[in-house]
Write a new protein. Structure first.
Length: 665
């Protein structure tokens, strides 16, 4: 089996900084009194175009400049039930939400962080449209501290044995203490609801929701180690009982560097199970880019020289559909040369890792569909004669790679300088940039990394002095540890430790205890299984996670509790609702004809199965005959009867149909 670059990489040279952004479960937003609700209707709107502003040092943030050059306006949709003039930036922010600040102080205590004497709100420039103001309000609450994490791998164990590094210490139980850099309170961004070539559309219901941001010291370990640290940090936050749960309420940012190279930020990983996948992909990607740079050095290429050429006239009769489409639509085609890169645009140091893919992502971030490079000209309809004409126009030799960008004039002209920059960076290895995660655990180019010039003081919010009495009061509310919480849950509800752990980790724990109190006929273990195991099973089948809401599962459990359906019918019912075949649980039960059989109907089915299988009962006996007959009965009742009742009736009928002492009826 061919090893990937991540397999070959020295994991001791990989550093991953982890930042978690978690919504707080406070009554209202951070700088106004608006409640935290998702508005289904957004009847009001306004439009803005944001521009970058100079910092106090007189410099512009590169990420802000990039967003501005995209040339899009921002349309904001809102509802007075969830937003006000503060979100619209038509009214100054109110004082900071003290409840939210207390939650962050509590989290700081759990993480052993040192709280600052005064909380000063700052403005962080963000002009991607997610904030109406052009900045995000943020404030450092605590510094330092540590998070205790169980040691998973040999890599981490070696780090501990060798004394670790800054921010890492060994606990009494052999666990790893990952250092905390900072604990910050900030406002969440607006929710994007749509985008086209000219504008982005945002909903303001999420804008201003309080967040806690916890930034950890860099982690040296495997991708699985990083996932374990993210899990431990998430558990610490959830232990407070004062953070929001559900998809979109927590986002992880990963800052990955390999071999002491540039730091790449992967922003907004929402699912915990994607964290190890994204880290593994970035390790493979960055290792591959470093291998490419090493290959270039071995070839004597120290610097990539680029040139550009208007390729439209040379490609008027080309067979490339992409080029012809762009020219017929009134667009342009620019050819960029990159000396020394011929044959390396499509080269894969690891599966799926190619310089051509990297450059194409930059083009897509600027509104183009991608690029065509010379390593793939033959497959894209570019003839050898056309390639020769392009090389003559650029006055370059055969060692240069050629990159074609085709599309609307404004988009191509905007993308060309950034594509040139990306090609030039190939000789250096890994460029510092911000990337976004994909659903399958890869990452895609998003924009340049922000600089240090984007922070300046917020003058509309008063500083908050943190008094000792407040800290003492907060420390009294520090919750029990994770292991204690799991043990208590398992004991209180007669659950296995594994089930209790899965329940506490899930987004459904808040619904579990109320449901157990309401559902008098169901064991807590069944309720827990329906909440945490069944949704996972259905998601693996392709049922959307968003369709498996707590309300739907609660409705399903109430139907089982009342005897309307058997628990065996639960997967079919939830699958029908989740895939959109039925709107409600009640409708699914009727459509699938899953209403529970009464005992007399069930008795007739059991009796017929036993009668038809007398020979099997005689030859195999009661024990060995039971299992196949049970399967046959359950297939006939199709989830319309409880398995325990079926088992009871079947055993009774088998015993009644066979005299085991004499061996005859």
């Amino acid at each position: 089996m061919t090893k990937t670059v991540s397999d070959r990489a020295d994991m001791s040279e990989v550093l991953v900084g982890l930042e978690i952004h978690q919504q707080l479960a406070s009554e209202h937003k951070l700088f106004c009194q608006c409640p935290i609700v998702k508005s289904e209707e957004l009847p009001l709107s306004f439009e803005r175009r944001l521009r970058p502003a100079q910092s106090e040092t007189g410099k512009l943030d590169p990420a802000a400049v990039f967003e501005f050059t995209r040339g899009k306006s921002n349309v904001y949709l809102w509802n007075p039930e969830s937003s006000c003039l503060v979100e619209a930036d038509e009214e100054p922010p109110h004082g900071m939400n003290e409840e939210a600040l207390d939650i962050v102080l509590l989290i700081s205590a759990i993480l052993h962080s040192s709280v600052v004497d005064e909380v000063h709100v700052m403005r962080k420039i963000v002009i991607d449209g997610s904030n109406t103001t052009g900045f995000q309000r943020t404030a450092v609450v605590a510094l330092g501290g540590f998070l205790e994490v169980e040691v998973l791998t040999k890599t981490m164990a070696i780090e501990l044995r060798e004394g670790g590094k800054k921010g890492e210490r060994r606990g009494d139980n052999g666990s790893l203490k990952v250092g905390v850099q900072s604990v910050t309170i900030e406002e969440d961004a607006a929710r994007i609801v749509g985008e086209d070539d000219s504008a982005r559309r945002f909903a303001l219901d999420r804008l201003g929701v309080p967040l806690v941001e916890v930034a950890l010291e860099p982690i040296k370990g495997t991708p699985e180690d990083v996932g374990r640290v993210a899990l431990a940090l998430g558990r610490a936050l959830r232990s407070t009982g004062k953070v929001a749960r559900g998809l979109g309420t927590i986002r992880q940012d990963l800052n990955v560097s390999v071999g002491g190279g540039s730091v790449v930020e992967v922003k907004g990983v929402q699912k915990l199970n994607l964290v190890p996948k994204v880290v593994a992909y970035e390790v493979a990607r960055q290792s591959g880019l470093l291998e490419l740079a090493s290959k270039l050095r071995a070839m004597g290429v120290q610097k990539i020289r680029c040139a550009r050429f208007n390729a439209g006239p040379s490609l008027q009769t080309t067979n490339s559909r992409v080029i012809q489409g762009a020219l017929k639509a009134g667009g342009i085609v620019i050819c960029v040369s990159a000396e020394g890169l011929r044959g390396l645009m499509g080269w894969e140091p690891a599966p799926g890792i190619r310089l051509g893919k990297e450059v194409a992502e930059v083009a897509r971030a600027n509104g183009l569909g991608g690029i065509i490079h010379s390593d793939e000209f033959a497959n894209q309809g570019i003839s050898p004669a056309e390639e020769a004409a392009l090389r003559r126009g650029l006055a370059v030799g055969d060692d240069a790679a050629l990159v074609l960008l085709a599309g609307p004039v404004a988009k191509v002209e905007k993308a060309v300088p950034q594509v040139v920059t990306r090609l030039e960076q190939a000789a250096k290895g890994v460029p510092a940039e911000t990337r976004s995660p994909t659903e399958d655990g890869e990452s895609r180019y998003m924009r340049p990394r922000p600089g240090a010039q984007r922070m300046y003081p917020e003058t509309d919010v008063k500083d908050i002095v943190i008094r000792e009495e407040r800290l003492e009061h907060v420390k009294e509310a520090v919750p029990e540890g994770w292991d204690d919480a799991v043990a208590r849950c398992a004991k209180s509800y007669f659950l296995s430790r594994d089930m209790a752990a899965k329940l506490l980790d899930s987004d459904y724990f808040g619904a579990f205890e109320p449901l157990v109190r309401q559902l008098g006929n169901l064991d807590p273990s069944l309720v827990a299984s329906m909440l945490v195991d069944l949704p996972v099973r259905l998601m693996r089948e392709g049922v959307p996670e968003s369709a498996l809401s707590q309300e739907t599962i609660a409705e399903l459990l109430h139907a089982i509790d009342s005897g309307e359906i058997a628990k065996e019918a639960a997967p079919d019912v939830l699958r029908s609702v989740g895939k959109g075949d039925s709107k409600t649980v009640e409708e699914a039960i009727k459509t699938l004809r899953l209403g529970a059989l009464d005992e007399s109907e069930l008795y007739e089915i059991v009796e017929s199965v036993v009668r038809e299988n007398k020979g099997l009962i005689v030859t195999r006996g009661d024990v060995q005959a039971f299992s196949p007959l049970m399967g046959e009965v359950m297939a006939k009742v199709r989830g319309r009867a409880d398995g325990k009742l079926v088992s009871k009736l079947l055993r009774e009928r088998i015993a009644a149909s066979f005299d085991f002492k004499s061996g005859a009826r």
